[in-house]
Design a protein around this ligand. Sequence first.
Ligand code: URA
Length: 272
Amino acid sequence: MPEDHCVGYGREPYRALCADYPGPDVYPRDDFRVEWGPVFHRGRLDGSARVLVIGQDPAQHETVVRRILVGEAGHRVQGLLRKLGFDRSYVLVNAFLYAVYGQGGGNRHRDDPAIAAYRHRWLDALVGEGGVQAVLALGGLAEAAWRSWLETPAGTASDVPFARVTHPTQPESSSGGDPARRAAATAAMLETWNTALTRLRPAITEPDLDGPLEPYGAAFVDGDRRPIPAGDLPAGTPHWMRARSGWAERRGDTVAQKRRTITVTVPAAETA
Ligand code: URA
């Protein structure tokens, strides 16, 4: 059966944005993993996006696939988009083009004018397409990115409904491996997701999917995490890279080695 794939960055202004992106002079090597290159977006760049998601920064899965939000956070966001009524008409960008390195790097560069200037060009383009009916920010740095854009000339003219939710992997990052704390953080996070769904759903006039809003419970259940659609990823991406997460890991015995190494493990079932 023919498989869909992302058509890439041939259309302007995205072509020019990908040809001319900020490097280590703007994203310092001490705070960002610039050596792995920028990861720009995921989703529609043809004006059909109805919802814009702003994430934080790419991690190891995104670094391999060259599209954002494809690991565990991406699977959770895909489920959230579905509850909002979308399985195709969305676009996702991160606050940062490169993975943050070390503690506090993200917050240190939250208001960095050169980082913001390039990100504003993306937001100008995406919101300027005219179809975006809702904006969703994943966490504080994403919200700051959106609020910074709202102060630009194009942003001042925009009244697109907005909601901030807790970042999809905050329960893991905040719970230090304690299952009870992770469960409590997940329940609290999903409350913020339900609040955002209730706020944004009425603003959507052209969802991809009809049906009543099905809110989250206190924990993820089957179907709440969704695979990444083939149409979002470069041609030829193997299906297991989008079906689940956990196949990419940063590895190394020293900090330097870990910074230089991502291992990709094909699920055993694929080679049996
Ligand atoms: N991956 C991304 O691309 N963005 C996030 O915010 C988290 C993981």
